[in-house]
Design a protein around this ligand. Sequence first.
Ligand code: TIU
Length: 220
Amino acid sequence: MIDCEPYPLAFDRAHAALLIIDMQRDFLEPGGFGAALGNDVSLLRRAIEPTRRVLTAARAAELLVIHTREGHRPDLSDLPPAKKARGRLKAGIGDRGPMGRILVRGEPGHDIIAELAPVAGEPVIDKPGKGAFHATDLDAILRNRGIAQLIVCGVTTEVCVNTTVREANDRGYECLVLEDCVGSYFPEFHEMGLRMIKAQGGIFGWVGRSQPLIAALGER
Ligand code: TIU
């Protein structure tokens, strides 16, 4: 049992995967797209070290580890015009940004930060939306491996993490979101994003901290 809210989760390590969402340079690094929009990236960077510890423990426990990245094809054929237009940005998705073309696959800013770089054998899901299930093969990969529980880390709490947890919940997965391993540019949205998941008896899933999970992964 893992200590978390709204009540302890019966962790099933044989059918669990670690899902790390969008820990990309453009969202987390000073000088990236997120920072260029005026956001304080330190609010996201707090999640890096706890996530690195969870990743190390998950690899040692031979859990399936899956990484996601938000981004689009270089020809932008998978970028909805409505998403392109949103925000009325001078430099938006597909345009030149501080770290290459913004949220375009293959560009430096689209890459996962070095601290959490995927290793061989860890699927990387390139997703065009906020949710990791929309228009991806994530569900197929999870089902083929018999995964029923997702340990969720990444950014941002109320956007891609929340959207993905809601998608996962509707598909029958149990999600445990690690609150010290997720982050938002908006502290109030972070707080409420977590509360929305665990409210009403865990309407979308569970919220806990990394340490109890790391301890559980260390048990054999
Ligand atoms: N990964 C993710 O959350 N993408 C976003 O666009 N997040 C924002 O908070 N904008």
